[in-house]
Design a protein around this ligand. Sequence first.
Ligand SMILES: [Fe+2]
Length: 237
Amino acid sequence: MAVDTSTPALTSAIPHTKQETKKTLPIKAWYYNENDDHPSKPHQYSPNREVSTDHLQKLGVLTWTEIEADGYEQNKFLNKIKVSRCYSYEEVITVAPGKLPNFEANTKKFFMEHLHDHEEIRFILDGIGYEDVRDFDGQWIRIEIKKGDLIVLPPGMYHRFILDEKKYLKALLLYQGTPSRIQFEKNPETDAMEVRVAYVNSVLGPELESPPEKQHIAEPENHALAAAVKAMEAIRV
Ligand SMILES: [Fe+2]
């Protein structure tokens, strides 16, 4: 069984240490083009409007790429992330017709805009899917997640998930403590949840919910970026 001992870097602008000589490709993310294509298609603008991992970090989204997925149980880097971020419970899910019970209903549910009161952590073991997250101004950003990618969405962030056209994704789901699979769909009640208010205040800025012309783009020195840097410093080998 393959054992990975390398140190995949956070796909970000955070300075690399001398140990991190391996270059990793950033996770792919772009602004979602609201065209008439089926949601499982890429929905890119022409030309594509890419979103950097640095920008994702400012929204509180952590990403790693090129982690060895085969034999992940023995992957030292992944295990270090689990320990440092207190991911004490895990389960494997396969989202595909015939593999996931109530496939149609569940995938429809995953694509409804929602949030969680905990981090959403996905390490992709096989296949491809899309996580869509809301930008500072409410636009959808589409993040492609594929084998070897690890993504962490912060509590209180609105998002949705869909498979790509191949309709197959196998992922390791990680949790801090007792797993909670509850998703809170977007509505005024969810908007008022403590976890949502905390995310808005600490990451998006107090003017998010104001009319578009008054929206304010958070400055780079926001809490989410600071938290991402802190998280990575804790994980560095
Ligand atoms: Fe979710």
